[in-house]
Design a protein around this ligand. Structure first.
Ligand code: NAI
Ligand code: 5RP
Length: 298
C-alpha cells in the first residue's frame, strides 16, 4: 500500500520507518523541512506541502496524521479537506480529545479513523498498541498499515465507532497516571523509610516474578540505574496533564468515581509548587522513559 504521513516527530518518524520496513510506500510531509529530509533519506517520498502529498497519493488516499493534538490537527484537516473524497481514509494517530474527534469525523469528507497510540518512542523496535475507532471498512482497508505500526496483528483492534479509539486511549492514560503514582509512592516510602536501599535492585527483583512487575516498573529500574537511588537532580515537577484531565472530566460527567486517577492528576498539579516529593520526581523521570518528554531538572 501507499501511505501519506503528516507529522514526522518522535512518533510520526516511527510510523514512517515501520511502514517502510514492512515493504509499503510512504509519502511524508512535516512543517519542519529537516524532518522531511531525514525520512527521504530513509526511503520515503518527500512532499513539500499537503497539496504535494495529495498529488503523490492520487485516488483512494490513505493518510496518517501524527501531529500534536489540538490546533495542528484542525489546521492540517482544513488544508486537506478540499482534496478528500468519500473513498479516502484519514487516520489521526495522536492523543486527540474524543470530543474533537467526533466533530472532525462528522465534518471530514473522507472516512475518519481515530487511533489511540500507546508505547511511545521507546517502542520503536517492538511496535505500538493501537486502539482504533471509526468505520469498519476503513479499519480493514488500513489493516496493512496497522499491522506494520503495531506490534503485529494482535497489537491493534477496532474499539467501535468514531471517537471510541481516542476514548479508550484517554482512559489508558488515566490508568498510566495512577500506576505511576502507585509506583512513585511505594518507592518514596522505600527511599524515605528505615532501610538504606538500592532501589534499582528492588525494582529489578520486583520485575522478576513479582505480582507488580510491568513495563513501567522496568522503566523505574532504568531510571534508578541511570540517575541513582536518590534520582540525582531530577526535579519534583511533572509536566503534561491534558489526557488525565479529560479522563477525570469524563468520569465526573458519567458519575463514575475515579479517586486514584484524580489523585494522580492532582499530584501533578501539586508538583508545580516544587516541594521535592520523591514520587513526583520518579513520575517526571518515567515520562522520559516512555514518552521521551524532557526531564525537568533542579
Ligand atoms: N510521545 C509520546 O509518547 C506519544 C505521543 N502521542 C501523540 O502523538 C502525537 C505526536 O506526538 P510526538 O511525535 O511526540 O510530537 P513531536 O512534537 O515529537 O512531533 C510533532 C511533529 O508534528 C509536526 N507538525 C506540527 N504541526 C504540523 C502541521 N500543522 N503540519 C505538519 N506537521 C506538523 C512538527 O513539526 C513535529 O515534527 C501527539 O498527539 C502526541 O500526544 C501518542 C502516544 C505517545
Ligand atoms: O500518550 C502518551 C503515553 O501513553 C504520551 O506520552 C502523553 O504525552 C502522556 O500524557 P501526559 O503528557 O498527560 O503525561
Amino acid at each position: 500500500m501507499q501511505l501519506g504521513v503528516i507529522g514526522l516527530g518522535r512518533m510520526g518518524r516511527i510510523v514512517v520507518d515501520r511502514v517502510l520496513a514492512a515493504g509499503h510506500d510512504v509519502v511524508a510531509f512535516d512543517l519542519d523541512e529537516d524532518a522531511v529530509d531525514a525520512v527521504a533519506a530513509a526511503g520515503a517520498s518527500p512532499a513539500d506541502s499537503i497539496d504535494d502529498l495529495c498529488d503523490h497519493l492520487g485516488d483512494d488516499k490513505r493518510i496518517w496524521l501524527m501531529v500534536p493534538a489540538g490546533a495542528p490537527v484542525d489546521a492540517t484537516l482544513e488544508t486537506l479537506e478540499p482534496r478528500l473524497e468519500a473513498a479516502d481514509v484519514v487516520v489521526d494517530g495522536g492523543n486527540s480529545n474524543f470530543h474533537d474527534t467526533l466533530r472532525r469525523a462528522d465534518a471530514c469528507p473522507a472516512a475518519y479513523l481515530d487511533c489511540g497510540t500507546s508505547g511511545g518512542p521507546a517502542s520503536a523496535e517492538l511496535g505500538f498498541s493501537l486502539m482504533v475507532g471509526g468505520p469498519e471498512w476503513a479499519y480493514e482497508e488500513l489493516a496493512p498499515a496497522f499491522d506494520a505500526v503495531a506490534t503485529g496483528p494482535a497489537g491493534h483492534a477496532r474499539m467501535g465507532p468514531s471517537g471510541s479509539g481516542h476514548y479508550v486511549k484517554m482512559v489508558h492514560n488515566g490508568v498510566e497516571y495512577a500506576l505511576m503514582q502507585a509506583y512513585g509512592e511505594g518507592f518514596e516510602l522505600l527511599h524515605e523509610g528505615r532501610f538504606d536501599l538500592d532501589l534499582e535492585a528492588v525494582a529489578s527483583v520486583w520485575n522478576n516474578g513479582a505480582v507488580i512487575r510491568s513495563w513501567l516498573l522496568e522503566l523505574c529500574e532504568e531510571a534508578f540505574r541511570e540517575e541513582g537511588s536518590d534520582l540525582g537532580d531530577v526535579a519534583d515537577r511533572v509536566e503534561g496533564g491534558s489526557t488525565g484531565t479529560w479522563t477525570v472530566q469524563e468520569a465526573l460527567e458519567q458519575e463514575v468515581p475515579l479517586p486514584l486517577i484524580y489523585t494522580a492528576l492532582a499530584e501533578r498539579h501539586g508538583s508545580r509548587a516544587d516541594e521535592g516529593r520523591f514520587s513526583r520526581r520518579l513520575a517526571n523521570r518515567l515520562r522520559y522513559g516512555f514518552g521521551r518528554h524532557e526531564v525537568q531538572r533542579q
